[in-house]
Design a protein around this ligand. Structure first.
Ligand SMILES: NC(=O)c1ccc[n+]([C@@H]2O[C@H](COP(=O)([O-])OP(=O)(O)OC[C@H]3O[C@@H](n4cnc5c(N)ncnc54)[C@H](O)[C@@H]3O)[C@@H](O)[C@H]2O)c1
Length: 487
């Protein structure tokens, strides 16, 4: 069978020239999903191309994605990334992956053994918000999370990413091997702090001495990651096969833009990702907030109201001037004023670039995909800004509409009466609320009472409750498109 590893690829594929045989697995990455393939693995690939370096990556999927890992192996751990601009596409062959593991295919012990190898210096993660098993309202470990309950009962046989990290660190400590850096690359506010809190909370419940050792010896740098990488569809894979000259089931398409800001705090060394365009800084938080609120916040807004308005992709929503204007205003009027950026940051230029990126018609970023896991995303993308405006008495109507859009979306039925496949760890709670209230404005207060999403302060704020209630009623009465136009 022809595969990417043994075929002459099309001329246009940009191939790395570095010697793969020099690479060592010095990074174990949890979460071989869409994003990592087009971001950290690609940055590493480009760094390897520019300087003499031996940083290679072992890819691990802890939940699902067995088929992807098997496919990656069948391709000798090579795959392609298609960077699709509005006018042209660059196709890059990625060769920074050295090996791969999956607990279902290889056993948990194999994953833990890899994480415990002496030369492994970084365990990085793109495991989605829910992978941290954190309570979204407090950011601390959620001790009622089913995975955490099971892992605490049997910490040497973990299932959660947090359980794996703590057990691998326990084994390293026991063997006298230096610890690794834990680097989150998820879209989670202060992702390093969330990872650290979850790991330390978990370790404290397992062994307080181990927890103290981790606290003293392991670092959890925060990172800000940015690149739009839609989930691969059959259409994308067909297009990639045509561009590459052979089928690549691990191939992924993304936008040309990429950004990675990393807190420079690594205990066992790090790759010089800066030569590939990453920035090492002492404080990532302002950049993260800028991105979470302006990009991700408006993305969520467009996802809920766009899906309800009948738009399948973000670029489709940008063909409607009301959505385009509302997204820009949401960035500049609802989100930008809440930020505290280093001097010289041009937020208007950033917002303009974001609208341009959202408009790229080559990217088929599904509103349904971005709409997933709203319970985990809303607090970070809109909660902080909302509280800012409520304290200042300033206008937050775009945020109220975004939240109302989310509420209407989790009602799980389109404006045409078809079922919506709502994916969210809290979906059962939403179903129970809608079973009681139906698609009715009384659902608003019930949803706002979910403390894990809204805390206890927001439901008590009448200005906020009435703004969301009005926005929700408008969506019910007139539909999402008209509701967006009203802004
Ligand atoms: N796709 C994008 O455009 C984009 C952009 C910036 C940041 N991100 C972030 O990257 C992360 C991954 O997104 P993606 O697009 O690759 O999604 P994906 O669905 O393609 O991959 C998700 C990955 O998470 C793993 N996972 C899921 N639940 C888990 C759990 N409970 N514990 C451990 N691992 C778990 C899966 O094994 C899979 O590898 C998300 O946090 C997302 O916010 C994505």
């Amino acid at each position: 069978m022809k595969t990417i590893a043994n075929t002459n690829l099309n001329e246009q594929v940009i191939r790395p020239t570095f010697a793969r045989s020099n690479l060592k697995t010095r990074i174990v990455h949890l979460g071989f999903g869409a994003f990592h393939r087009a971001h950290q693995a690609l940055f590493t690939n480009e760094m390897l191309e520019k300087i003499n370096s031996d940083w290679g990556i072992c890819e691990v999927n802890l939940f699902g994605g067995e088929d992807l890992i098997e496919q990656l192996r069948a391709q000798d751990h090579l795959y392609t990334v298609a960077e699709k601009g509005a006018e042209s596409t660059d196709v890059k062959l990625i060769a920074s992956v050295t090996e791969s593991l999956h607990p279902t295919l290889d056993g948990k012990a194999a994953v833990l053994a890899k994480m415990t190898e002496e030369q492994v210096a970084i365990v990085s993660m793109t495991i989605t918000e829910k992978g941290y098993c954190a309570d979204p309202a407090t950011g601390r470990l959620d001790k009622n999370n089913g995975l955490i309950i099971a892992d605490l009962a049997n910490p040497q046989d973990p299932s959660s990413a947090i359980g794996y990290i703590v057990e691998a660190l326990r084994q390293r400590r026991e063997k006298g091997i230096q610890p690794f850096t834990v680097m989150s690359c998820d879209n989670v506010q202060e992702n390093g702090h969330v990872a650290r809190a979850a790991v330390l909370d978990f370790a404290n419940l397992v062994d307080v001495e181990l927890a103290s050792w981790i606290e003293a010896n392991v670092t959890f740098p925060c990172t800000m990651v940015d690149r739009i990488v839609p989930a691969a569809t059959e259409e994308t894979l067909t297009e990639i096969a045509e561009l590459v000259g052979v089928e690549d089931l691990c191939g992924i398409a993304c936008e040309p833009f990429r950004q990675w800001v990393i807190e420079d705090n690594f205990v066992a060394g790090r790759p010089d990702w800066n030569v590939a365009g990453a920035e090492f800084v002492s404080d990532v938080v302002p950049f993260e907030e800028m991105k979470l609120r302006m990009l991700n916040g408006s993305h969520s807004f467009l996802a809920y109201l766009g899906f309800l308005g009948g738009y399948a992709h973000i670029s489709d929503t940008m063909t409607n001037d009301d959505y385009r204007t509302a997204a820009f205003d949401m960035m500049m009027k609802a989100q930008a004023p809440t930020l505290n950026m280093p001097e010289g940051t041009d937020l208007e230029a950033y917002a303009t670039l974001l609208i341009e990126r959202f408009t790229n018609p080559s990217l088929k970023h599904q509103t349904w995909q971005i709409a997933m896991d709203g319970s985990q995303k809303i607090p970070q993308r809109m909660g902080g800004s909302l509280r800012h405006h409520l304290a200042q008495g300033t206008d937050f109507k775009w945020l109220a509409m975004g939240i109302a859009g989310w509420m209407r979306y989790v009602g799980a039925v389109t404006e045409q009466g078809e079922a919506i496949d709502v994916r969210d760890p809290m979906v059962e709670q939403f179903q129970a609320i809608y079973a009681e209230h139906g698609l009715n404005v009384s659902a608003v207060k019930a949803l706002l009472s979910i403390e894990a999403i809204f805390g206890t302060d927001l439901i008590a704020n009448e200005t906020f409750v009435s703004a969301v209630t009005d926005a929700y009623q408008l969506i019910l009465d007139k539909g999402a498109r008209a509701a967006v136009a009203s802004l």
